[in-house]
Design a binder for this molecule. Structure first.
Ligand SMILES: [Zn+2]
Length: 200
């Protein structure tokens, strides 16, 4: 009932604004997670700020699955850190203009799962120490050390990646071979969007 109320409130709010958004917002307080939206800072592989502010929006089905995964992580002593969620197609074009290399950036003509609100860039924080787990490389490290099949990881990083992957996969998220932090959720029917969030 509470969830129904929250969803209704969300849609009513957006109807008042004259639009029905296909996305749900996840926040640090409401969803007990850490937002570290790097494209809202210059601390990302492009070296420039691409979002006016860092907010996390996802397709409702994907948001629900992630919430269930977050509850599972919490039981294991971890909080999720999100580096990127929904990414407007206009930002994909900016990324592509900076790095026109399909190994690292999905061409805007094809559209990334991020442009559909159906992908997340994610890591974990230990609740007790508030420390980010060692995953072997930083976020957006483009090289073989970030690959899933990289054999040179420390035992700790290897264990941490396994926790991240096995838990997310339980809730329908799928990894990609070249980036330990990226997971897509297929089957939600999400489509590419141009919508941009507002900033305070
Ligand atoms: Zn990603």
């Amino acid at each position: 009932m509470r969830i129904l109320f929250l969803f209704s409130a969300f849609f009513i709010q957006n109807l008042i604004l004259g639009q029905v958004l296909p996305f749900v917002e996840l926040t640090e307080d409401k969803n007990e997670l850490v937002l570290d939206i790097r494209y809202a800072t210059s601390d990302n592989f492009t070296g420039t700020r691409l979002y006016d502010c860092g907010r996390c929006f996802l397709h409702p089905t994907v948001a629900k699955a992630l919430q269930r995964a977050a509850e599972d992580f919490k039981k294991q002593g971890y909080k999720i850190i999100l580096f990127d969620c929904y990414r407007p197609i206009s930002i994909q074009q900016k990324l592509w203009a900076k790095v026109p290399d399909a190994r690292y950036v999905t061409p805007p003509a094809k559209g990334s799962m991020h442009n559909r609100g159906a992908a997340i860039d994610i890591s974990l924080q230990e609740i007790k120490s508030k420390k980010e787990l060692d995953m072997g490389t930083p976020y957006d490290f483009f090289g073989k050390e970030a690959y899933l099949d990289y054999q040179g990881l420390s035992a700790v990083a290897s264990k941490n990646r396994k926790i991240l992957h096995t838990t997310l996969m339980k809730y329908g998220f799928k990894p990609i071979r070249t980036e330990w932090w990226h997971f897509s959720f297929s089957g939600s029917g999400a489509t590419i969007s141009e919508w941009n969030w507002t900033c305070p």
